[in-house]
Design a protein around this ligand. Sequence first.
Ligand code: ZN
Ligand code: ZN
Length: 371
Amino acid sequence: MAGSVRAMVMVGPGRPVEGRRVAAPRPQPGGAILETLASEVCGTDVHLWHGRLAGVPYPIIPGHVSCGRILETAGALEDVDGRPLHVGQVVTFFDVFGTCGSCWHCLVARSGTRCPRRRVYGITTSAEEGLLGGWAERIEIRPGVRMAPLPDGLDVADFMGGGCGLPTGLHAVERAGVALGDVVVVQGSGPVGLNAAIFSLLSGAQAVFVAGAPEARLAAARALGADDVLDIAAVSDPAARVRWVRDRTAGRGADVVIEASGNPQAVREGLEMLRDAGRYAVVGQYTDAGDVTLNPHAHLNRRHATVLGCWGYEYTHLHRALALMARHRGRFRWRDLITREYALEDAGQALLDMERLAVVKALIRPQDARP
Ligand SMILES: [Zn+2]
Ligand SMILES: [Zn+2]
């Protein structure tokens, strides 16, 4: 079909991902079209495939964080610093649009990530609306969507090694208020947990411990500078895991615990790893994985705990994370988190590999695919 591009479509929960040809997109005024260079397959995509997120308008083109080359723009565009964006430039973009800036959530609560009009590429966009996901040869940048050029010295693999875990991890660390000299425990060794560990170190944590699995992810945590790691597959008793933290904190528990595991049981365990008057941030429960029993006296009130939820991220988190990545890419090898790259038509295999945690970070490279 002339003037068409290939896309991989998640037609519904549990169903195989389908390859489709769709009409090549044209930009709306103030918008742009990207040639997709890379998109990610992350834990969220697995959750979408399992049907665990409400309000997803299947069929969708997944791939919320991506990099591309600007193919076409409709009108003059600039980045947030006022620099012109031009055809041929390699950019990423803030994958959220539609946040209205005029509702109660935006104006009164100043919590833009809870704006009811907020939409996310590859998650709350239907394939019927256009190429609004990265598992495709092209991506339509809607008017108002903020593109960000990759800073000098950063390439696609560096940025995509961080992926959506990069701004999410930064947001979680900001929310938890990690301060100079804090001891931090991160529950979960996926991309969000690994990035939370990185940004905790950059925030001046005196020690960062990561509890997770499998071994390849713990090795990644060690490589990026975690002081110690706990293999939760080897230590299955929650009380022993809590003891492991207390043994490393003079019996008190950590100043800050960041939950990035996705397992509801981790919340109870994480609160027990927390010192009195510590701060607990929950960022890993992006989908509804069920309930957990807490003892409000022991876990919250007597502990004098501060518990914070952390939903999504804003442009500021992406912007600052990119700058920090450019500054610290020698110390933290984000690109090494990419375990495997897949051609576009192998997106279904990438999803299976992510489902069984065989990869830390999986990338789709649409331009490497055979027609
Ligand atoms: Zn709003
Ligand atoms: Zn993601």
